[in-house]
Design a binder for this molecule. Structure first.
Ligand code: GLN
Length: 321
């Protein structure tokens, strides 16, 4: 049986979530990337994008912040589209590591079987597969075009963030070269590392992220630009990856609490995908130990619970006027 939710109810839940958690001061900005430590910790925004293309926004939804790991979703989609799910299973994999996003141990343990494009190792591997292989400039164009299509706008690099990440990405450099040793880098490791760092340094708004989420929720159809970005089958593929590893080592707890496939970034963004229903995003810089925004989690969980949207509850939800 369908359960109907009105747009007004959705708007009220989003506004209420904003009010409830606005003053929360748990968590701390990521500080291993200097730029992120300097972002205003009080910024907070929540955005929803519906299949008809309407957006609901509350708070700081036009502030450009570092997309960070949420870019992994976009590039995973790009290589899924170019190579097909079977090849991605062989060349990268789709298994949650259960470990921190930048774990070297996970690579050592799983060297026979690559893990997922949604942690640093698999993401650098995915970037290495982006075409045209060997051509850094061409690859960057492919990555950027794809993110632009998903978000329905022109996304731009935050130069200062890119510089900041480039001078502090030693751990990721180690990952890239370790992967090379295991033959899981399919292009030059330094090019792959640089493009990965660059894609993480793109600036997006909560509103744009909600549009990317809605594009995934709508089977690859961007509801704002009305353009087809990827084939419908990839929605279930990418959402399964998001659901199993999107919040890193806290993903199981997160799914148990609210049943929302969601992907976080250390810049403070979280993007949630409810296939067929809507895309949602929240942004607030202070993060927890796993790198997930504290206020964004509280807000998304509140909305999921208020409207009983948990994807495992067996109800088919329709948002109506
Ligand atoms: N650029 C960051 C890193 O590689 C992204 C991490 C994240 O958002 N979890 O460390």
């Amino acid at each position: 049986m369908d359960r109907r939710i009105t747009k007004e109810e959705l708007k009220i839940a989003v506004t209420e979530a904003y009010k409830q958690f606005k003053e929360n001061n748990e968590g701390k900005n990521a500080n291993y990337i200097p730029y992120l430590a300097s972002v205003d910790s009080d910024l907070f925004g929540i955005a929803v994008c519906l299949p008809g293309g309407e957006t609901i926004t509350v708070g700081d939804c036009n502030y450009r912040f570092g997309i960070e790991s949420i870019s992994k979703v976009a590039t995973a989609l790009l290589v899924l589209k170019d190579y097909g799910p079977e090849t991605i299973m062989d060349m990268i994999g789709a298994d949650a590591t259960g470990m921190p996003f930048n774990s070297v141990l996970a690579i050592l343990l799983e060297n026979e079987h690559p893990s997922t494009p949604l942690v640093n190792a698999g993401a650098i591997s995915a970037v290495s597969m982006v075409r045209p292989v060997g051509n850094s400039r061409g690859k960057w164009e492919s990555i950027l075009n794809n993110i632009n299509e998903l978000c329905g706008c022109k996304v731009e690099l935050i130069d200062e963030l890119y510089k900041s990440e480039s001078t502090s990405n030693h751990n990721n450099r180690a990952i890239a070269w370790l992967l090379k040793g295991y033959e899981r880098i399919y292009d030059d490791p330094e090019i792959s590392l640089d493009l990965y760092t660059r894609q993480c340094s793109l600036g997006v708004t909560a509103k744009e992220l909600s549009i990317m989420a809605a594009t995934i929720a709508c089977g690859g159809y961007n509801p704002v630009t009305k353009r087809k970005v990827f084939p419908p089958l990839l929605t279930e593929k990418i959402t399964s990856m998001i659901a199993t590893v999107g919040m890193y080592e806290y993903t199981g707890d997160w799914m148990f609490k609210c049943g929302l496939p969601a992907k976080s970034g250390v810049g403070g963004g979280i993007m949630g995908v409810l296939p067929g229903i809507f895309g949602i995003a929240a942004f607030a810089p202070p993060i927890d130990k796993a790198g997930n925004s504290v206020k964004s989690q509280l807000a998304l969980r509140y909305i999921m619970e208020q409207l009983r949207l948990n994807i495992f509850n067996g109800k088919r939800i329709v948002v109506v006027e």
